[in-house]
Design a protein around this ligand. Structure first.
Ligand SMILES: Nc1ncnc2c1ncn2[C@@H]1O[C@H](COP(=O)(O)OP(=O)(O)O)[C@@H](O)[C@H]1O
Ligand SMILES: [Mg+2]
Length: 305
């Protein structure tokens, strides 16, 4: 067991990354380009042992920031995808009922009767991401990604808040499990609703905006290495112009990557209107948005900056 330094200076694994620049370089090494503000937020989460709430539009790199952090630290990633109706049980642990039943039958066939003490043990416990994060043995902290928390219900948020505050989980049948190495928690939200103040107060906060075109170009080059440099630049500029239209779903980084991939796969040598038309479905996801782009003039939208 590794001691956590006094004064809440956070999980010991954080010391493997001496400063923000080192973390940024490590993220770069796994193909994630973080600007200074995001790298600082992640570094502080790591060092302070405080959860980080990442908010931003869909497709700006929130989820990948957390998975890249785990990769860069060389640690375990535990991921909880939130959805409406998600319960504490599904997020924390469940009892393996089929296995318990089997054991009961087996015991019965031998004329033995099993009680709760036999059936509610470690052997029948199915750890879900939150319990797995709490019981992670270390030496470094695991990264706990709680993805799209805005999709979960109020009750779940309240439950999560308590769990994060205590870094402990009580299983009535087994007792309290306290984190040996508290996880680095990264929560993401697409901001479809506002989160509770109590949860926000508990977390560090960072808003990930849509990156400027030159950074998008850089991201595309990293993510679609086979594509020509001119194509990455043209797509980044065009996506920026698309985002200036009044669209139902403005394209994000994910769409810029996907569009470049589509153009590259088709082997286009010039981003002209026919090429854009053939691949528009990679970047715009509503018929209304495609119509809006055509009305604004595809030729202008994709022209050289
Ligand atoms: N800064 C970045 N560096 C590298 N790839 C990125 C970056 N931002 C976004 N991406 C890529 O864009 C896509 C969408 O990112 P994702 O994390 O799923 O977005 P979000 O969770 O915000 O909806 C992923 O393929 C991701 O790898
Ligand atoms: Mg996501």
């Amino acid at each position: 067991m590794t001691a956590v330094p006094p004064g809440g200076t956070g999980p010991p694994g954080g010391s493997d990354v001496p400063d923000v620049d080192a973390l940024r370089a490590a993220l770069d090494g796994v193909g994630y380009l973080a600007d200074d503000a995001l790298a600082t937020a992640l570094f502080l989460a790591l060092r302070m042992g405080q959860p980080l709430l990442l908010e931003g539009e869909p497709g700006v790199g929130k989820t990948r920031a957390a998975t890249a952090l785990a990769e860069a630290l060389g640690t375990t990633l535990l991921r909880l995808q939130c959805y409406e109706g998600l319960t504490a049980g599904e997020a924390l642990y469940e009892w393996n009922y089929p296995r318990q039943l089997l054991s009961i039958r087996l015991a019965e066939s031998r004329g033995v009767e099993l009680g709760d003490a036999d059936l509610f043990t470690e052997d029948y416990l199915l750890a879900r991401p939150l319990l797995a994060a709490i019981t992670h043995p270390g030496p470094g902290p695991a990264v706990l990604l709680i993805d799209e928390i805005d999709r979960a219900d109020d009750e779940f948020e309240a439950f999560l808040f308590e769990m994060l505050a205590e870094s402990a989980v009580t299983i009535p049948e087994l007792g309290t499990r306290r984190a040996v190495v508290p996880p680095v928690a990264v929560l993401t939200s697409n901001r479809t609703r506002d989160l509770h103040d109590a949860l926000k107060r508990r977390c560090l906060y960072h808003w990930i905006g849509y990156p400027d075109p030159r950074r998008v170009e850089e991201i595309i080059r990293r993510r679609v290495p086979g594509a020509a440099d001119w194509l990455a630049a043209r797509v980044a500029d065009a996506v920026q112009r698309f985002r200036g239209l009044d669209l139902l779903k403005p394209p994000g980084v994910a769409e810029a990557i996907s569009w470049t991939t589509a153009l590259h796969v088709l082997g286009v040598t010039e981003l002209d209107v026919p090429a854009a038309e053939r691949t528009l479905g990679a970047v715009l996801k509503y018929a209304e948005d495609s119509d809006a782009a055509r009305a604004a003039g595809l030729a202008t939208l994709i022209s050289r900056a």
